[in-house]
Design a protein around this ligand. Structure first.
Ligand code: A3P
Length: 320
C-alpha cells in the first residue's frame, strides 16, 4: 500500500500545479479537474478512484451534488435491495445510509488506488459519488453499471449546505448570515466544492438521455410530491420491481416509511453516531422541505440564482 501511495501521490503532485485553482467561500484552495472544483484531498481520491476502480456490471452507484437528497436516495436504494432479506435486523437500523453506501472518492479511494474491497463482496455492490458524470464514466471504463442521480433546486441545496456547515462547526445559525452570503457568492461564480452546480446536473441529465437503461435521473422535489411513483420507478430501474403481491401487501409504503426523514432521524444509530469522516449522523437530517430557502435568501439573492440557472439550463428540458 505504501508504494502505491507514493506513486499516486507523485502523480497528483505533478498534475496539481498544472490545474486552474481558485478559493472557496471558506478560504480553501480548490483545483479544477475535468470541469469540476475539488480540494486537494478530494482530488487525490478522485484520481485514485478513476485509476484503480474495477467496476462490475452489477455495481450500483448513487450519485448527487452534495445536499441534494443523497441520504434519502441511499436509504431507499438499500431498502429496495434488502427488502426480501430482512425482517428484523435491517441494515438501516444499525448504520447510517452513508456508512452503508460509502462515497468512493471520499471514503474508499482517499489513500490509494488499490483499496481493500473485500467487505463489498456481495452483489450488487453499492457505492456513491459526488463527481460529475463524465468523471464517473472514466472510472467506470465502459462497464454498464447502474447509476442513480438525484438533484435538487440550487437555492434549497445552498441553504441546506449552510445549515450542514454550521452544524458541523457547531456554530449558531443566526450568527452566521455572512457565511451564507459568501457561500452564495461561491455558488453563483460556480467556484464551489464539486461545482459548478449546473454543469454537474447537466452532465447527468445528458448521461441519462444517452443511456436511460443505465442512468436514472431523479429530482428531490418529484420524490417529495410523488414518492410512491418515484420509488417504483427506482425499483424497476434497479431490476427489483415490486410484484403485484408486494404492492397489495403495502411493501412500497413500508419502504417509504422506513426511509422517511422522521423515521431515520429518530433511529438511535442516527441520533448518536458519526461517519468515518467524523460527521455526526444527525446533521444529515433537517427539514427536508421544498422551497425552505425562501426563509433565508433575500428576493435579490433568489433572483440572481434564478437568472443564472435559467441561462445555464437554456435548451435543456429541466424543471427548476
Ligand atoms: P434540508 O437541509 O433542506 O432539510 P444530502 O442527503 O444530499 O446531504 O441532503 C440533505 C438534505 O436532505 C437535507 O435537506 C435533509 O434534511 C434532507 N433529507 C435527509 N434525509 C431525508 C429523507 N429521508 N427524506 C427526505 N429528505 C431527507
Amino acid at each position: 500500500i505504501s508504494k502505491n501511495l507514493e506513486r499516486d501521490e507523485q502523480e497528483t503532485i505533478s498534475l496539481i500545479p498544472s490545474l486552474p485553482s481558485d478559493i472557496d467561500f471558506n478560504g480553501t484552495k480548490l483545483f479544477k479537474y475535468q470541469s469540476c472544483w475539488y480540494d486537494k484531498k478530494t482530488l487525490q481520491g478522485v484520481l485514485n478512484f478513476q485509476k484503480g476502480f474495477k467496476p462490475q456490471e452489477t455495481d450500483i452507484i448513487v450519485a448527487s451534488f452534495p445536499k441534494s437528497g443523497t441520504t434519502w436516495l441511499k436509504a431507499l436504494t438499500v431498502a429496495l435491495l434488502e427488502r426480501s432479506k430482512h425482517s428484523s435486523n435491517h441494515p438501516l437500523l444499525s448504520d447510517n445510509p452513508h456508512g452503508l453506501v460509502p462515497v468512493l472518492e471520499l471514503r474508499i479511494y482517499t489513500e490509494t488506488s488499490k483499496p481493500d474491497l473485500t467487505s463489498f463482496s456481495s452483489t450488487p455492490r453499492l457505492f456513491s459519488t459526488h463527481v460529475p458524470f463524465h468523471t464517473l464514466q472514466e472510472a467506470l471504463k465502459n462497464t454498464p453499471s447502474k447509476v442513480v442521480y438525484v438533484w435538487r433546486n440550487l437555492k434549497d441545496a445552498l441553504v441546506s449546505l449552510w445549515y450542514f456547515e454550521c452544524a458541523n462547526l457547531k456554530i449558531k445559525i443566526d450568527e452566521e448570515r455572512s457565511l451564507l452570503e459568501s457561500m452564495f457568492e461561491s455558488f453563483c461564480r460556480g467556484v464551489s466544492y464539486y461545482g459548478p452546480f449546473w454543469e454537474h446536473v447537466l452532465s447527468y441529465w445528458r448521461g441519462s438521455l444517452e443511456d436511460s437503461k443505465n442512468v436514472l435521473f431523479l429530482r428531490y422535489e418529484e420524490l417529495k410530491v410523488d414518492p410512491r411513483g418515484q420509488v417504483k420507478k427506482l425499483a424497476e430501474f434497479l431490476g427489483v420491481p415490486f410484484s403485484v403481491e408486494e404492492e397489495e401487501s403495502g411493501s412500497v409504503e413500508e419502504i417509504l416509511d422506513l426511509c422517511s426523514l422522521d423515521n431515520l432521524k429518530n433511529l438511535e444509530v442516527n441520533k448518536i453516531g458519526k461517519t468515518a469522516r467524523g460527521v455526526e449522523h444527525k446533521n444529515f437530517f433537517r427539514k427536508g422541505e421544498v422551497g425552505d430557502s425562501k426563509n433565508y435568501l433575500t428576493p435579490e439573492m433568489e433572483r440572481r440564482i434564478d437568472m443564472i440557472i435559467d441561462e445555464r439550463f437554456r435548451g435543456a428540458d429541466l424543471k427548476f
